[in-house]
Design a protein around this ligand. Structure first.
Ligand code: PMP
Length: 289
């Protein structure tokens, strides 16, 4: 693992930050999870744009602006030196006295971590994931805006914990109106009669970069796709369900709450999208070398 803290490159084991960083004390900060394929960063500009939107909602100034963050990410990836990797770019509020007031923190902190990617085991991806419906709801935007990728991930942590306790792989989170929002750290898609649907961001989904990529690939392949409100019933009645995320890419779902979905494994539409995604990532690649 290689880490950059405010521009200083370190081995993972040497990386330290003060305990008074408000990112730790209050979850006051933003982040991106970014994939490196074949020595190139996938959709770097889209990730930087999303980070900048998240930061502006928090009134958090990005140290050195997007150009500095981009340079930090590429330098950390280069120092790590492996062609396949995962990068975590984090901007915290920085150090300050105890107390939630962000105006007491004069300098935001930039952290970039690049490491090997931890994935679902290949047999899971092959067979499909077992999901449960979480008792944890995605909050309404006036409580905690789900479109902001902040360091507040307790909902996702609790939903994942609930799934693991039940022997499942991941959880579907509903919003407070009972509509499907997303999985713990991935977006949800359904396929019915050859057509794709995924919940709109306004239903509590993060505007995932992989989600956006799948919608673009579907358009190219002539697969009809819509962003629309989905209930649990739409998942249970789907021909295929899959999750999308930077880490997971496109992963089929085999069951929800113990009820099978489709025939298990990747259905025909999911398989087409998976195959096309492998080529698509090469089109949006920023080499770190
Ligand atoms: N939802 C949440 C809550 C996430 O944390 C992630 C992972 N960033 C996603 C969806 C998927 O987004 P992306 O495709 O950009 O990784």
């Amino acid at each position: 693992m290689k880490v950059s803290i405010d521009g200083s490159l370190l081995d993972g084991s040497q990386a330290r930050i003060p305990v008074v960083d408000h990112g730790l004390l209050y979850g006051d900060g933003v982040f991106e999870g970014i994939r490196i394929y074949g020595g190139a960063v996938f959709k770097l500009d889209a990730h930087l744009r999303r980070l900048s939107v998240s930061a502006s909602v928090l009134g958090l100034e990005l140290p050195g602006g997007l150009a500095a963050l981009r340079a930090t990410l590429l330098a950390t990836a280069r120092a790590f030196g492996e062609a396949e990797a995962y990068a975590r770019l984090v901007v915290t509020r920085g150090d300050g006295p105890l107390g939630v007031d962000p105006t007491s923190c004069p300098r935001p902190r930039t952290i970039c971590i690049v490491d090997r990617i931890g994935l679902f085991p290949p047999e899971k991806v092959e067979r499909g994931l077992e999901l449960v419906t979480s008792s944890v709801r995605r909050p309404t935007p006036d409580a905690l805006e789900p479109r902001v990728k902040s360091l507040n991930y307790l909902g996702s942590v609790l939903a994942k914990q609930e799934a693991r306790r039940q022997g499942a792989d991941d959880a579907v989170l509903l919003n407070t109106a009972g509509a499907v929002a997303e999985a713990s750290v991935a977006n949800v898609f359904v396929v019915r009669d050859g057509r794709l649907a995924t919940p709109p961001a306004s239903d509590g989904a993060l505007e995932g970069i992989t989600r956006e990529s799948v919608l673009a690939i579907a358009a190219r392949l002539g697969i009809a796709a819509a962003e629309r409100t989905l209930g649990r019933i739409d998942l249970l009645g789907a021909d295929e369900v899959f999750l999308t995320g930077t880490g997971a890419r496109i992963v089929p779902v085999r069951s929800l709450d113990g009820r099978p979905i489709g025939a298990g494994g990747a259905g025909p539409v999911t398989a087409r999208l998976q195959a096309a995604f492998a080529g698509y990532v090469k089109e949006f690649a920023t080499p770190w070398a």
